[in-house]
Ligand binder design. Structure first.
Ligand code: ATP
Ligand code: SF4
Ligand code: MG
Length: 406
């Protein structure tokens, strides 16, 4: 798949980069897009064969943008995210493709060189990460650790910064001395987000960051992420099964199926006029308060065995539109003028007419997304106040990564 050929770096992106606490990596091209993933393929070795978990995935993330990644369990969302900073399980390998951050390809980097980019440029908040906090270490020390270790700051400076970060995510500074068990689940997840922000990364990836939380706390965490994105100029990648979260939080959505991108584009387009049959099924299997529907659609069948996926379109065995060509030829990607790209034989060119489902049109997913992207607290959900961003104090330059001079 080819990636979005949008202009290199816009004025808005340049402004966001100007707010960085730390200079760009030495090898960065200041004019390059923030993140371009091109034709990424990842395999897991198993005694029974090689799992083609991610196969030719391409996408782009711009400065300040939020990209949602959707798709049913096992379609390769987490593997895609982990591949960006190569945090794959031991049996996982990137087989081919590029992961270009500021124009620097991270794929050929050694482990030591990649350490420069983890936390400092890309950080990940995992599902249930709040339960991974060290139970015998104070919250402030845990949040301060990456600042000390990755940025080479003194212990005092790290502790001070940890207090500021905790306030930034709505935890009073004095709670820095608390142990994880003394905080609620929502507060622990906030602490994890503070940790993810510790080194002022350009990209924060949330892999189901709110799944283990109740709906009220979930809403607060999402509001927090959106506010941080605006205030810090963060770029977000949000992996979730909850399409309403993507509808409310993200600019763009990438729908994956069996390790490939089925459809990608602006949320406002993909969720109201889905083209790919899988996207349509996914949307119609999701509860939608705007639809007159008493039962949800179920996508028949299951994901293919990724050790031996079907040769053409991987969705063909489950697709009610499947044609002969679908079973033999991998569908090429077509890009439409509204910014959506689709890989489906029903759309051989960008002027192909929209799909009309035999069983009737799918009700569009319309979930109260703020029109101008500005956030407003959902009615009835208290908006937890967060402290304004306090810039890092002048400090010794961060230690140059091993590849800084390469
Ligand atoms: N360590 C591993 N060894 C073998 N196969 C793996 C491994 N990790 C993941 N897989 C397989 O890779 C595919 C993609 O998995 P991945 O975890 O990326 O999916 P996902 O979209 O994140 O799913 P979920 O929504 O359940 O988190 C699946 O078929 C999964 O079984
Ligand atoms: S390529 Fe064919 S099988 Fe695949 S989604 Fe499109 S119509 Fe269905
Ligand atoms: Mg996952």
């Amino acid at each position: 798949m080819t990636v979005d050929p949008r202009e290199a770096v816009s004025g808005a992106a340049a402004e966001i980069r100007g707010r960085r606490q730390w200079p760009l990596p030495k090898l960065a091209d200041p004019k390059a897009p923030l993140l371009v993933v091109e034709d990424l393929s990842v395999r897991f070795s198993m005694p029974t064969g090689s799992v083609k978990a991610v196969d030719g995935v391409s996408f782009r993330l711009d400065d300040g943008e939020a990209l949602g990644i959707a798709g049913e369990s096992g379609c390769g969302k987490t593997t895609t995210a982990l591949s960006l900073v190569r945090l794959l399980p031991a049996n996982g390998r990137i087989r081919s493709g590029k992961v270009e951050l500021f124009g620097i390809d991270l794929v050929p980097k050694t482990e030591q060189q990649l350490a420069r980019y983890r936390w400092r440029e890309i950080s990940i908040v995992f599902q249930g990460a709040m339960n991974a906090l060290n139970p015998v270490q104070r919250i402030g020390d845990q949040v301060g650790e990456p600042i000390e270790v990755r940025l080479g700051q003194s212990r005092e400076a790290s502790r001070k910064r940890a207090g500021e970060l905790l306030e930034l995510v709505g935890i009073p500074r004095k709670r820095a001395d608390a142990y994880p068990h003394e905080l609620s689940g929502g507060m622990r997840q906030r602490a994890i987000i503070a940790m993810a922000l510790a080194c002022d990364p350009a990209i924060v990836i949330g892999d189901e960051p709110t799944t283990a939380l109740d709906v009220m706390v979930q809403a607060q965490i999402l509001q927090l992420l959106e506010r941080l994105r605006r205030e810090l100029g963060l770029s977000l990648m949000l992996i979730t099964h909850d399409l309403s979260v993507i509808a409310e939080t993200c600019d763009r959505v990438m729908v994956m199926y069996a390790g490939r991108v089925a459809e990608e584009g602006p949320v406002s387009r993909v969720f109201t006029a889905p083209r790919h049959p899988y996207t349509r099924k996914l949307l119609s299997s999701f509860p939608n308060i705007h639809a007159d529907r008493r039962t949800l659609d179920v996508i028949p069948g299951a994901l293919p065995d990724l050790r031996n996926p079907p040769p053409g379109c991987r969705f063909a065995p489950r697709c009610s539109f499947a044609m002969d060509v679908c079973r033999e030829v991998v569908p090429p990607e077509v890009r439409f003028s509204d910014g959506v790209r689709v890989a489906c034989h029903l759309f051989p060119t960008a002027d192909t007419a929209p799909l009309v489902e035999a069983s009737g049109p799918t009700a569009p997913l319309v979930i109260g997304r703020p029109a101008d992207g500005a956030h407003e607290a959902a009615p009835g959900i208290p908006d937890v106040p967060v402290a304004p961003l306090v810039p890092l104090e002048p400090s010794p330059p961060a230690p140059a990564g091993p590849d800084a001079a390469s």
